[in-house]
Design a protein around this ligand. Sequence first.
Ligand code: ASP
Length: 439
Amino acid sequence: MVKVVKFGGSSCADATQFAKVKSIIQSDPARRVVVVSAPGKRFKDDHKITDLLYLCAAHIKYGVGCEDIFSIIRGRYNDIVRGCRLSIDLDSEFDALWEKMRSGISADELASRGEYFSAKLMANYLGFDFVDSALWVKFRFDGSVDQEASYEALRQAADGRGVVIPGFYGVMPDGHIKTFTRGGSDITGALAAAALDADVYENWTDVSGILMADPRIVKDPAPIRYVTYSELRELSYVGAQVLHEGAVYPVREKSIPLNIRNTNEPDHPGTMIMETVDDTQDNSDTFITGIAGKKGFSIITIARTSLSSEHGVLLQIMEVLEKHKVNVEFILSGIDTVSLMVSAAEVSNRLYEVLGELQKKLKPNSITVAENIAIVAAVGRKMANRLGTSGKLFATLGEHGVNVRMITQGPDELNIIVGVEEKDFEQAIRVLYDSFVKE
Ligand code: ASP
């Protein structure tokens, strides 16, 4: 059995956090492939090493000295060396980096050093081998990852040993270092898990899993215990801040479960994300997995007698929207109306052109635009074939004075999405959480 375990910035922030990581690794021999982020914040107003490295890159770009920032960065690593009593000395590597910063270094290469040094220290602390991601995460010139070549390279480098791998970066075909987008160590972890056909990809962070609702709206929402990859996609589509698609795709492709865990609460099971979840694993009777939503939509409604029954109407509408690069999130139609839900930001500076062209093409009796619309979705695999779910949902919203402007439910019954006015957004989420989760 092999588990690929990725630790985020807060788990690598200082010697105390390093010690927690060590005890998590030592408690399970299957945890032998470790991916680390750069040290993150130790307290609220602290700085992430990656931010400081980007700050150095900006100073270099504009020809401003950055010795002070560099010495803060160096100090953070030296504190870990001292605090963990490591036998490694990074001085010569830091001196060489400083020289390179003076003679010319790319922002990507400089930012990648956060993870590089973090992994060097962690490898020394755990007694594992350091495997540089520049040796195995292989980018193509178009910026995509060459999965086959990368997987093969890691299989050879990590072959049966305990290894620590820096997250966040890889190498271009010409040998230059390239980083992923911010938060990209999650992607490195997923790639490593897929390369090694891991039994599980554990992503250790500072929360005990994905929460059932946004904690800024719902007080102390419960963490999700089990969620399928499809549910997760639905939740992130409607606004939940979950993992980046790139951090999910490599493991999902190989049906590897992804477990979100909390380094500060290692006994908590966290959230398990799997292709399918069966009832023997998840015996809770809550049939909603999560509730999410987002603001910022407009509904354009085009009305003319029997509009919907004419051939080619939707095609004509879509041609106009396609021309203006406006994506339609939902289409709703009645006998005499077609309504399009679109992102307000996307349509804002083209609205009159879009409306003008729709008017010319379709010659409707009216076109109206409802602004400040939000969507709220209840997502849950257990809603399928469960009678009365949507009835209860609408009754609950109605009882609490939330006016529903739009409803959609996919035939797989994985979610129910309602459009509400933005002023009712938070209330709608709280009401749904209280009646479906807390009940
Ligand atoms: N250190 C990088 C960042 O702060 C990557 C990561 O932590 O995932 O974005």
